[in-house]
Design a protein around this ligand. Structure first.
Ligand code: NDP
Length: 327
């Protein structure tokens, strides 16, 4: 057996955390031969500690052969000590009367602190995925507060948007989802995100010529508002699908995407006119060993460029709103 990989998770007792932990421990992230050690954050309140204790009791009761160890931490530096794989899921939810700017600031404080703690204690080649919203800007804040870690250690999750777009396209075409590739979602994980299916393929063949423009417009709206539709139907926000997307993102990033294109929000390298360092959703290839490459030569139409620019401006505005939290 390999040595256990140290995985740190914030928000472990939340809805997404509760779903992802059991899958990581079952081997859904690193496969059936790779043990893991889980380090889990609890807030410093009796209620939070008790909730996490309950989750850990259930994890123990699963008797997962791959779960080599698990521990609860209230101190973020302890949590991240030597962490190789990090899921930053915990975030303050929007409360009544809060606008997006208030939410940005409230969460900005959390991600500034966590960025600093990661900088001090995480493994130098840690792979850190931010899920907690607003995830692009939270990841940007964490990255900018961790100057001793390479910016490429950080990314934010747009894989749920890609998975949603892929599923809608497969449904529309009446094809199995497994053969669909090259679905891209540009930009910010917000209602402005732009799902782009111009290059989508089914088993290597392009499908864009089978789509009517009316459906495509509905599709874009549908993907962007899917989270709200799920809240309306389920009475709670997407949790299992978000956890699944986080695993997809991290698995492709660390183990490689086997030639498939995947959407990741990563620090821009200047491609497509996005200012360097901005945490932007791009089409990427992951060659393995925790590396990714932004695919920088996708042709853009004026319409797609306008959507990309809109997302760029939105993220620049968000970065401006938290500029005092940035190193
Ligand atoms: P929950 O409300 O179920 O859980 C939130 C978790 O965050 C809890 O564990 C809670 O801790 C923790 N938390 C709350 N406030 C703070 C704080 N101030 N500091 C540290 N931790 C805190 O949320 P979900 O699990 O459903 O969602 C988590 C995040 O993921 C949200 O921000 C959500 O918007 C985002 N999300 C992102 C998606 C994406 O595609 N990028 C998709 C879906 C969701 P405790 O247990 O102590 O209460």
């Amino acid at each position: 057996m390999n040595r256990p990989i140290r995985v740190a998770v914030t928000g472990p007792s939340g809805a997404i955390g509760y779903s992802i932990l059991f899958r990581i421990a079952a081997g859904d992230l690193f496969g059936p031969n790779q043990p893991v050690e889980l380090r889990l954050l609890s807030r410093d309140t009796d209620q939070s500690r008790l909730r996490l204790k309950g989750v850990m009791m259930e994890l123990a009761d699963c008797a997962f052969p791959l779960l080599a160890d698990m521990s609860a931490h209230t101190d973020e530096k302890d949590l991240f000590d030597g962490a190789q794989c990090v899921f930053l899921i915990g975030a303050q939810p929007r409360k009544e009367g809060m606008d997006r700017a208030d939410l940005l600031r409230a969460n900005g404080e959390i991600f500034r602190r966590q960025g600093r703690a990661l900088n001090e204690r995480a493994s130098r080649d840690a792979r850190i995925l931010v899920v907690g919203n607003p995830c692009n800007t939270n990841a940007f804040i964490a990255m900018r507060n961790a100057p001793d870690l390479a910016p490429e250690c950080f990314s934010a999750m747009m894989r749920l948007d890609q998975n949603r777009a892929t599923a809608r396209l497969a449904e529309h075409l009446g094809l199995p989802v497994s053969g669909i590739e090259q679905v891209i979602v540009w930009g910010n994980h917000s209602n402005s995100m732009y799902p782009d299916i111009r290059f989508a393929r089914y088993r290597g063949k392009r499908v864009d010529n089978q789509l009517d423009p009316q459906w495509q417009n509905e599709f874009i709206q549908n993907v962007a508002t899917r989270g709200g539709q799920i809240i309306k139907a389920r009475g709670a926000s997407s949790a299992a699908s978000a956890a699944s997307a986080a695993l997809d993102h991290m698995r492709d990033w660390i183990l490689g995407s086997e030639g498939r294109c995947c959407t990741m929000a990563v620090p821009s390298d200047g491609s497509y006119g996005i200012p360097r360092g901005l945490m932007f959703g791009f089409p990427c290839f992951c060659p393995g060993e925790g590396r990714y490459q932004i695919i920088s030569n996708m042709p853009l139409t004026p319409e797609v460029k306008a959507h990309i620019d809109k997302n760029r401006d939105e993220l620049l505005k968000e970065a401006q709103a938290v500029s005092d939290l940035i190193f």
